[in-house]
Design a protein around this ligand. Structure first.
Ligand code: AMP
Ligand code: ZN
Length: 414
């Protein structure tokens, strides 16, 4: 059983791993707190929402536990009110211990400890960002053939992850279960945030008015490529020659003596303000020009992502990398997929595979926490009952806090 309460989603999942390493997800549900009034996640509202919903979701999840087998010992079974059969008791409880909002984390931690004490099973307090990095391995285990004799968990380490969402723009190098290095991070706003802001400037008012929510990214993609075709591949749209504006690449200039400066930085606020200036200078811009502007905005933003991936792949440390995972809301953009594939190919990385996990496992969810618990459990790790929530917790062993295993509260069983 897994619990996630680090931010504004209260989520509970039930997973089972089979001896051949395939995984079944019996339950994976979340309730997101309503923060619309506040224009962003508001900690007290999120905390109250967790308090209201966590027990309800756990109780509901118990009804999805598989039935106990006749040979199961009594202490391996659970009586769940309302059903006339005994259920299989979870072998352990996993919970997000950090990073995140402290009060929110504590709600989940206390629930997980309570269950672990009542059921007399171990608790595992895992790192939320590690769980995001391991998500593609969960997805492959879920897709694995249940009948196969044995399946390999894919992707194997090492691999790269590009986390591109409304809140993150990060390139992560995952070397091992507990060794993840952040190779590049945004120095200002996240790429999804920039896309939403640009879409508000570029899209015709009629489209904005019909939007179901403020997540304008998919609308911008649809507006730029209505038939999903990239008109002759991903070639430049020659914006400069057709129109009197240009969007500059972030950190476009190289560093001293031709070195690439800012290799570990993404920057997206510049594209946002450039697009705003272009639109403000041309109040009567027609839809054709707006379409070109939409394409150019995405091209520059996505090529900036690709540039840091290339820099990372060129380092000697990355020679064994055969997989790039692209996760987060922006990863559903088809143009991004085409650009990344194209840039990898023309730079000699045809053998680097691209993986795009389904968005439902890329946003916060308890299934990824459960999977991380499974991997940590199998590696022999347990969390002490006295362990407390941590609002800041790195995933890089070289970080000041020592990363995933650097903090107190872990216990290794042999
Ligand atoms: P997340 O933070 O992972 O929930 O992702 C949400 C962000 O992804 C928002 O900024 C969306 O506008 C953006 N997004 C979702 N779909 C697309 C798309 N097809 N193209 C560009 N951005 C997108
Ligand atoms: Zn998250």
């Amino acid at each position: 059983m897994a619990i996630e309460t680090s931010c504004d989603d209260t989520s509970v999942a039930v997973l089972e791993k089979h001896t051949n390493k395939s995984v079944i997800l019996y339950f994976n549900k979340k309730i997101t707190s309503d923060n619309r009034l506040y224009g962003g996640v508001y900690p007290i509202v999120a905390h109250e929402s967790h308090q209201k919903n966590i027990a309800v979701l756990v109780n509901e999840a118990l009804h999805s536990l598989p039935p106990a087998k006749p040979e199961d010992a009594q202490h391996k079974t659970l009586y769940v009110s309302g059903a006339n059969l005994l259920r299989a008791k979870p072998d352990f409880v996993t919970v997000t211990r950090g990073p995140g909002m402290r009060a929110s984390l504590i709600t989940g931690m206390d629930m997980a400890k309570g269950l672990a004490v009542a059921w007399q099973v171990p608790v595992l307090g895992v790192n939320h960002m590690q769980a995001h990095a391991l998500t593609p391995r969960l997805v492959s285990a879920l897709n694995a053939n249940k009948a196969a004799a044995s399946v390999e968990t894919d992707p194997s380490f090492p691999f790269l992850t590009l986390l591109v969402s409304g809140g993150h723009t990060m390139l992560v190098h995952s070397r091992e279960l507990c060794d993840h290095e952040i190779l590049a991070n945004t120095t200002d706003i996240a790429i999804g945030d920039m896309i939403d802001k640009c879409a508000r400037d570029i899209l015709p008012q009629s489209i904005l008015d019909s939007a179901p929510d403020v997540m304008y990214g998919p609308l911008l993609e649809k507006f730029a490529f209505p038939d999903g075709e990239f008109n002759g591949g991903i070639a430049r749209f020659a914006a400069q020659s057709e129109y009197d504006w240009k969007i500059n690449r972030p950190y476009g200039r190289s560093g001293p003596k031709g070195t690439s400066s800012h290799a570990s930085s993404f920057s997206y606020s510049g594209i946002g303000s450039c697009v705003r200036r272009i639109v403000e200078q041309k109040p009567g811009m027609d839809d054709t020009e707006r379409t070109v502007l939409a394409k150019e905005t995405m091209r520059v933003a996505f090529e900036h992502l690709a540039s840091r991936v290339l820099l990372a792949l060129k380092t000697s440390d990355a020679k064994d990398i055969k997989t790039l995972v692209v996760s987060g809301g922006v990863a559903s953009n088809q143009y991004l997929k085409a650009i990344l594939r194209n840039i990898l190919d023309i730079n000699g990385y045809q053998d680097v595979r691209l993986i795009f996990p389904p968005p439902k496992f890329c946003t916060d969810n308890a299934a990824m926490i459960g999977w991380t618990g499974l991997e940590m459990y199998e590696a022999g790790w347990r969390t002490e009952l006295a362990a407390t929530a941590i609002n800041k917790w790195a995933i890089d062993p070289k970080a000041g806090d020592g990363g995933i295993l650097g903090i107190g509260g872990w216990r290794k069983v042999t």
